[in-house]
Design a protein around this ligand. Structure first.
Ligand code: CP
Length: 311
């Protein structure tokens, strides 16, 4: 069988992204379809997580699968020196799918090359977070009615933020205009700006963050400054509070604009913003369940027709 791993969203065509949105929509209409009865999903989390792990495990449970795994590598034999390759080969003896988060960039790709069962990348270092991107795309499509021709403002840690890296790659099919708002220390890496140029993706860079800058946004995508990615904690202290979205900054925003955040939030969105109808980050996380049910089915070769036909 062809290995159907989800390692990077860059491998998805425009048609595939729109198909996955349609699949997720089916699960929003009915999340409880026991299409994975008899299957085992392994969730291997070498880094902390709340939403990604719990929504994948909820997705597996709602689809009728059983879940095994770990949330702390210290309680596994990797703490005794077992290699990632051996861990993946072992777990492949027990499970039908591996959902893995790892601190090393490229770990998911490597894992997919040493096993025949599908690997779902639940985040690899500062590299990619494709399942987050599927739920982001689903959320953008649901709130804007389209993915085409949108003004998308990415704010905060654009250097280490794997969610923004995945999102910009996925959006290449839909003629977006990106605005990168970041302090010098956390600006979008050159490799992603080159990616934009190679794929005719329009972008502007800003260091200011105020109501005038964001007035034309369709999507305002806030991100956390990730303490765990800094080797120099003095640098983290300098930039950690650099951008905070307050409610009064939304005065000039389009009424249809929606604020997304992959979460967790620390302090980059003030709590009074939660009351705004533009705040969409908690619904966005809920959409993660439907997007991840779609992903688990897709990597096992279960099609949209199968999902529609299942009662
Ligand atoms: N968005 C996201 O990846 O959240 P968790 O780290 O809680 O999984």
């Amino acid at each position: 069988m062809k290995n159907r791993s989800l390692v990077t969203i860059a491998e998805h065509s425009k048609e595939k992204i729109l198909y996955m949105i349609e699949l997720a929509k089916q699960f929003e209409e009915n999340p409880n379809k026991r299409l994975l009865e008899g299957k085992v999903v392994a969730t291997l989390f070498f880094e902390p997580s709340t939403r990604t792990r719990l929504s994948f495990e909820t997705a597996a449970n709602r689809l009728g699968a059983r879940v095994i795994g770990f949330t702390d590598p210290k309680v596994t034999s990797s703490s005794k020196g077992e290699t990632l390759k051996d861990t993946i080969k072992m777990v492949s003896n027990y499970a039908d799918i591996i959902v893995m988060r790892h601190y090393l960039e490229g770990a998911a790709r490597y894992a997919s090359e040493v096993t025949n069962i599908p690997i779902v990348n639940a985040g690899d270092g500062a590299n990619q977070h494709p399942s987050q991107t599927m739920l982001d795309l689903y959320s953008i499509h649901k709130t804007q009615g389209t993915l085409e021709n949108l003004n998308i403002y990415l704010v905060g840690d654009l250097k280490y933020g794997r969610t923004v890296h995945s999102l910009l790659m996925a959006m290449r099919h839909f003629n977006p205009t990106f605005h990168f708002i970041a302090p010098q220390e956390l600006r979008m890496p050159d490799e992603y700006k080159i990616y934009c140029k190679n794929h005719q993706i329009k972008y502007e860079e800003h260091t200011d963050f105020n109501e005038d800058i964001i007035a034309n946004a369709d999507i305002l995508y806030m991100t956390r400054v990730q303490r765990e990615r800094f080797t120099d904690l003095d640098e983290y202290e300098r930039v950690k509070n650099v951008y905070i979205l307050r409610k009064d900054m939304l005065r000039k925003a389009k009424q249809t604009m929606r604020i997304l955040h992959p979460l967790p939030r620390v302090n980059e969105i003030a709590y009074d913003v939660d009351e705004s109808p533009m705040a969409y980050y908690f619904q966005q996380a809920q959409n993660g369940l439907y997007a991840r049910e779609a992903i688990l089915c897709d990597v096992l070769g279960i099609t949209l027709d199968d999902v529609k036909a299942f009662k």
